[in-house]
Design a protein around this ligand. Sequence first.
Ligand SMILES: [Zn+2]
Length: 260
Amino acid sequence: MLVKWKEAPTSACPRCGEPENARHVWTCKEPAVFFVWALLMSAFSKWLESVHTANDVIYWIIQRLTEWRSAEPFSRAQSDMPGLLQAIHAQDQIGWLAFLEGCIAIEWAGVQDAHFLWLGRRNTGKRWATSLVVKLLEIAWDLWDHRNQVKKHVETAQDIARRNAVMIAIRSEYAFGKSGLPKRDWRLFERPLRSILASSLHYMDAWLLRVQTARSRKERKDAEALDPSVNTAEDNLPSMNGPRRVLQQFLNSAVQPQSP
Ligand SMILES: [Zn+2]
């Protein structure tokens, strides 16, 4: 049974009863969530250490996330580390919800590059940043998991693995964006990434399928333009076997974005 996604932002938080949206999953004021958050930040901090993150970088990331979660004004960042203040400032502009969702300022990689050089390590800031994004995805999942357990939606390990895989695929589609797609498919990207990732698994599946379908449609059109003899009849598409077509028709009718 599909949950209409429009219901998601207005439904009550299973933990505190306040209206729930994507941000609320992080910022819920229910006391148990403070505890879960503290555990997550402690584990995150240890992980940052394990990948040779500079102490000042660890301190300011945890500090900012904690301030952001409790809606405190940001404190004045201080550090002698080259580039760190710029990185913090850049992230302040992008936002810390975005950070938690893996959208990290490029300046962080530069700060770590300098730190690795200073440590005499051959690691690169870019690789560090990549593993950071993966780690943030895990943290997001842990928090979602807590929320879902509270809601007594006990998911099997298989469901969890599937949800993770779908979220990673959606992130990568989103990173690729609407470039190259015809205008009518742009609306698939109207909804913010965090909102898509906060949806039901059904919705995420539907979104992914529609984006991937739009891309393969575009690839076929391109191939056809290059070689008119290529058979592009919809029925002959190897990737669109019977059940998938039926599923797609169902999803197209059941999960429509807000605006047509
Ligand atoms: Zn709540």
